[in-house]
Design a protein around this ligand. Structure first.
Ligand code: NAD
Length: 319
């Protein structure tokens, strides 16, 4: 396993991170015992970075991850979030930030969080995020309760403007913006993160399961033509005895700057498959074919959060 610094935070992350939203049943019922085994296997193999949130399974992901990390807490960088509590429930106020951290510590059965992130900032008021939410996180960092602070979300320009307005953050987490369907992260966030030496997390490299043989879950927000093209890409790989998820992970892991590629997992087999991509030589011909197939829908964005914070050209979810 290789490790990279999360910007100037002093945290070192494994270049594959373990996304724990599937532990909250976000992609269908997860078997708890198998999820725990997956976490243990990941740690054994050198994965040191685990990401969860109160929102994932409304506390369930944190609870399951907490159980799995018993006895292993010192071996991992643990990240969770504040601000989002349900599909349409948000609270970015300072008192809720502090209360949320206490709740997360309890569910995760730990006394400290390494990386505390504001979850899906495009759903909050920018002014409040910058003048109230992030200062509350900074206070927690200054007092030693968390080691690093960050923002997460989907619209790239919005992430960048909030990062510019609050330069004390250590990192930015962007999702579904760097994989074989979308590379817009590199147009907007990567140059900025590099210039400021900020940590950069590339989450959802499998485009929230669209780029797998199994395909996207029903709730996937991408435009229908994107889901269709992803299905065709999976079929193309299968016809050649290859696995689309593997190809995508290889592509994502070659990113020169990203601190960690954060992939959601809940079985030992998935951890094995994703780790194996670190060793593989990329099938260049197939990669070219898949990129050509996906080119008509490349960088097709959907809307998230407040309309005014979305990137130009984003279309309504699932349209
Ligand atoms: P993802 O693209 O990582 O896909 C996860 C899905 O793919 C799950 O159903 C998983 O079971 C499946 N999978 C994993 N490896 C596979 C493999 N090798 N073959 C086939 N299927 C495989 O999407 P994600 O889980 O949404 O994103 C990763 C993590 O990033 C999340 O779990 C979460 O921790 C974080 N995240 C954060 C935000 C945010 O803060 N706003 C948004 C999205 C994701």
């Amino acid at each position: 396993m290789q490790y990279r610094s999360l910007g100037k935070s002093g945290l070192e992350l494994s270049i594959i991170g373990f996304g724990a939203s599937p532990l909250g049943n976000e992609f269908g019922e997860a078997d708890e015992k198998e999820s725990v085994r997956a976490v243990h296997y990941a740690i054994e193999q050198g994965i040191s970075y685990f990401d969860t949130a109160p929102y994932y399974g409304r506390g369930l992901s944190e609870e399951r991850l907490g159980k799995a990390l018993k006895g292993f807490r010192d071996k991992v960088i643990l990240a969770t979030k504040v601000g989002r509590y349900d599909k349409n429930t948000f609270d970015f106020s300072a008192p809720r930030v502090r209360q949320s951290l206490e709740e997360s510590l309890r569910r995760l059965e730990t006394d400290r969080i390494d990386l505390l992130q504001v979850h899906d900032i495009e759903f909050g008021d920018r002014e409040q995020i910058v003048s109230e939410t992030l200062p509350a996180l900074l206070e927690l960092k200054t007092s030693g309760q968390v080691r690093a602070i960050s923002i997460t979300g989907y619209p790239l320009h919005h992430l960048k403007t909030v990062a510019e307005a609050f330069p004390e953050i250590d990192a930015i987490l962007s999702y579904c913006h760097y994989n074989l369907l979308d590379t817009a992260m590199d147009d907007v966030l990567t140059p900025y993160a590099q210039e400021k030496a900020l940590g950069l997390i590339n989450a959802s490299p499998l485009h929230m399961r669209a780029l797998t043989q199994q395909g996207a879950p029903d709730w996937h927000p991408a435009p229908k033509k994107v889901i269709q093209k992803a299905r065709e890409a999976a079929a193309l790989c299968q016809a050649q005895g290859a696995d689309l998820a593997r190809l995508v992970m290889q592509f994502a892991l070659q990113h020169p700057y990203v601190s960690s590629t954060l992939v959601g997992m809940n079985t030992v087999e998935q951890v094995k498959q994703n780790l194996a991509t670190l060793e593989d030589a990329t099938h260049q011909e197939l990669l070219k074919e898949v990129k050509t197939l996906l080119a008509p829908v490349h960088n097709s964005h959907w809307t998230e959060g407040r309309p005014e914070y979305n990137d130009p050209g984003a279309v309504p979810k699932g349209s």
